[in-house]
Write a protein that binds this ligand. Structure first.
Ligand code: IMP
Length: 428
């Protein structure tokens, strides 16, 4: 019996979808603990490509139960769209998908508020996914949110949504000059989608407690990554939830004493989407090469991702914050054509060396990375599934990363498909 958490170690898009899909093999339950349909997990299964935003990646394994926890914010229409995608692909999931009755709901006014604030020049642009994530978490914290359990009583639901609607309308239209659907449109849309959600509602905390007592293996899946965590990331250029491993406790109702291990997922280089500091960002042909070879375009928004070298300050910070004992290293093959591969080991700012992550954006935005260089391997590693079969320089790079960040690699990914993986160790 074991409870394991998987957390992204950079700014998201580390390849968690593939890793969770593979690790789910040994799990009984996969549970998502935060975020919403801002996340995009790309999975290749039986030759097909799927992009999941809300439903845990474990859904592709026929016998696994998938839980959407109380810490997730759910857009009912987005959930329905994703369920339809699975139905079309012939994947049976209805008896295997449970939704927390305490999860907060995203409504169209959250998206309008997100988009209009982002496009109004007066406010700091975050580069959000425009999915209403921030405004929905803001309502949750302000104790105004609509929870999944509120969907059952239509009269009460109408009152709750109307009270919120009037407030949002005033802000969106008067402050941002933004657009908003009518209340009737929003409420009718919600009435149409709520039935599907009501059919899946579960007291997931109690369910998970019982399953843990029954010695089932539980895999807790985070979305986004450590540097997008609202408390520990590059604030304010972050998402609005705790993507670090601690979020699994609050986002699923699992006590910290029940978590047995935490594994990280980290890419062999770094990317981020949206605004905000990124010390190892490349603006030259190396950056272009990483974007092209890594197909670095957002799975949710299609935006080109910013690309840069591996940042070990970020990686060590993620190891410490999450309590990571081992990590999955992804997209090693993307570096195949690099003559030299660089790793940032510290930042330099005004003559001061930073080996720990500074909170001050002024430092982060203006620091210079201190690099260690590795010779590239200049040959294909795509699909390699044995560590010993990797070119010598690729092995030296991976061993170098292990030492610099102070964590083992339980898995090394050399391509998007399940079989393109060097598996060193299971999780449970
Ligand atoms: P939000 O989560 O849509 O509010 O966006 C806040 C920041 O997090 C923006 O920089 C987004 O690009 C980023 N973000 C949100 N979800 C993801 C993700 O799944 N991968 C990478 N970046 C993300």
């Amino acid at each position: 019996m074991s409870v394991a958490v998987i957390a992204g170690m950079q700014w998201g898009d580390e390849g968690k979808g593939k890793v969770v899909d593979l690790l789910a093999e040994d799990a009984d339950i996969v549970a998502r603990y935060q975020g919403g349909h801002n996340a995009g997990h790309t999975i290749y299964c039986d030759g097909e490509q799927y992009v999941l935003h809300l439903i845990p990646s474990g859904i592709f394994h026929k016998d696994k139960i998938c839980v959407i926890g109380n810490g997730v914010v759910i857009d009912p229409q987005a959930l329905l769209d994703e369920m339809n995608q699975l139905k079309k692909a012939g994947i049976e999931f209805e008896s295997r998908l449970l939704i927390s009755d305490r999860a907060n709901i995203i409504l169209p006014y959250h998206c309008s508020s997100d988009i209009s604030r982002e496009s109004d020049g007066k406010y700091q642009k975050i580069g959000t996914t425009g999915r209403g994530i921030g405004p929905s978490y803001a309502d949750k914290i302000a104790r105004l949110g609509i929870r999944a359990c509120d969907l059952s009583d239509e009269n009460r639901l109408r009152k709750l949504v109307l009270a919120n609607y009037e407030e949002k309308k005033a802000i969106i239209q008067k402050l941002f000059d933004g657009e908003l659907q009518s209340f009737d449109e929003i409420f009718e849309g919600l009435l149409k989608t709520r039935k599907v959600i009501l059919g899946l509602l579960t007291d997931t905390h109690t369910y998970l407690r019982q399953q843990i007592a029954n010695k089932k293996n539980l895999l807790c899946e985070g979305a986004q990554g450590t540097m997008l965590d609202v408390d520990h990331g590059t604030y304010p250029f972050v998402t609005s939830s705790n993507s670090t491993s601690g979020g699994a406790c609050t986002g699923l109702g699992i006590p910290p004493t029940q978590i047995d291990r935490v594994a990280g997922v980290i890419k062999a280089y770094t990317t981020r989407v949206g605004e905000g500091p990124f010390p190892t960002e490349l603006f030259d042909e190396d950056g272009e090469l990483l974007r092209k070879e890594g197909h670095e375009f957002g799975a949710t928004t299609g935006r080109p991702r910013r690309c840069g070298w591996f940042d070990a300050v970020v990686a060590r910070y993620a190891v410490h914050l999450n309590g990571i004992d081992s990590a999955a290293l992804t997209k090693v093959d993307v570096l195949d054509k690099c003559k030299v591969v660089k790793v940032c080991t510290a930042y330099e700012h005004n003559g001061k060396i930073y080996e720990e992550m500074p909170a001050d954006l002024n430092v982060l935005q203006n620091c210079k990375p201190v690099y260690t260089e590795f010779d590239g391997w200049m040959e294909s590693t795509v699909g390699t599934y044995k560590f010993e079969s990797l070119p010598k320089n690729a092995r030296l790079y991976i061993d170098g990363l292990k030492k610099i960040i102070g964590a083992e690699f339980l898995m090394i990914s050399t391509g998007p498909k399940r079989e393109q993986t060097i598996c060193k160790e299971g999780l449970f």
